[in-house]
Design a protein around this ligand. Structure first.
Ligand SMILES: *Cc1c(COP(=O)(O)O)cnc(C)c1O
Length: 354
């Protein structure tokens, strides 16, 4: 039996409603890049159809999304990479992030007159994408004069908003507002952490990603703390129950030693399915509504779990994360973030939508 990722579409809609409650005066760009954080972009877009717009990272994602979303605005977060792609952007009616002068030049040099909505991205301290604050006034006026451009908005991105105590977030917000104060243009800076943590940052548009999938965007905590519901539940099965003696070691590298005679379960999931190879001994796994610890190293197709004190037999269902076991807990035990775990399930896993 294949491992399964159950995607709860009503949880997705619920989480969008939470965004609406928290940022009631803002429009919502639902971020569904990377195959909707691994959940399935087409299905996620349908469940999130009340969003005001969608955002994806790449042109390929936008082309794919446009097939199932004929009408809604789709924002291309990486913007245009080469001028020859511009006709695709026009054909599909995409909105573009503009984050370099070269991209502005591409828009200026096209003969097509148009209806292109652009979001000028300003680097307020993330130092990844975005134009330098001192160039904003000039670039804005060039975009205004460009015949291809219709509406212009401003955006920026937080670097540290997942840490509520970090003072950089307020500095970035202040700088963004200061740079854009003279222009009566719509503005956007808040990702999920901004939406949940910094009310002042909501502005005209919010851009939730991870919270739509039920994950707490902060370093600590789980989605339920913010009344978010988990969307993905990743399930596998127990292959067998073994009985080992005190001193026996479990798995590759013999890293875990049985402290006593004990039952050990073998679960049919591993890094070949997208379960994190770096999950430590002790990472929680849910079986028959009980949390039990992972033992030893994660293999490609299997993990071992501690069944001391647990009634379980071959064929029993095992939850790796989702309902009953927050993905945030698993991520913390694997030295990573929930974003990565959700994105990384492989084709071996069957997706079921309900
Ligand atoms: C991915 C992304 C988001 C969403 O971030 P979350 O932390 O998942 O809410 C928002 N804005 C931009 C520009 C992004 O790239």
């Amino acid at each position: 039996m294949r491992n399964c990722a159950h995607i709860n579409l009503s949880a997705l809609s619920h989480n969008l409603q939470r965004v609406r409650q928290l940022a009631s005066n803002a429009s919502v760009v639902a971020v569904i890049k990377a195959n909707a954080y691994g959940h399935g972009m087409t299905e996620a877009a349908e469940a999130l159809k009340d969003a005001d717009a969608f955002a994806v990272a790449t042109l390929e994602e936008a082309q794919w999304l446009r097939q199932s979303v004929p009408d809604k605005n789709i924002l291309l977060l990486q913007g245009l990479n080469k001028k020859t792609d511009l006709h695709i952007v026009f054909d599909l009616g995409l909105d573009l992030v503009v984050h370099t002068e070269a991209q502005i030049a591409m828009l200026e040099s096209t003969a097509t007159e148009g209806s292109l909505n652009v979001w000028l991205k300003i680097d307020t301290g993330m130092h990844r994408l975005g134009v330098n604050p001192e160039n904003v006034a000039e670039f804005y006026s060039r975009l205004q004069q460009s015949k291809a451009v219709n509406q212009i908005r401003f955006m920026s991105h937080f670097a540290n908003a997942d840490d509520i105590a970090d003072t950089k977030t307020a500095q970035q917000l202040q700088l963004f507002l200061q740079i854009t104060s003279a222009m009566s243009t719509e503005k956007s800076i808040a990702n999920s952490a901004g939406i949940c943590g910094v009310t002042d940052s909501h502005l005209d548009w919010v851009r939730p990603g991870i919270m739509l999938y039920g994950v707490n965007p902060f370093k600590q905590g789980i989605g339920a703390d913010l009344d978010l519901q988990p969307v993905m539940t990743f399930r596998s099965r127990l292959l067998c129950v073994q009985h080992f003696k005190a001193g026996d070691t479990i798995g590759y590298g013999s890293t875990w030693v049985c402290p006593e005679d004990m039952p050990v379960g073998v679960v049919s999931v591993g890094y070949g399915d997208g379960y994190p190879r770096h999950a430590r001994s002790g990472t929680p796994v849910l079986i028959n509504d009980r949390k039990v610890p992972l033992l030893g190293r994660v293999s490609m197709d299997m993990i071992s779990i501690d069944l001391r004190g647990i009634t379980a037999s071959a064929g029993d269902e095992v939850v790796l994360w989702g309902d009953g076991l927050p993905v945030e807990e698993v991520a913390a035990s694997a030295d990573t973030i929930a974003y990565e775990l959700l994105c990384k399930l492989t084709r071996r896993v069957q997706f079921e939508y309900r």
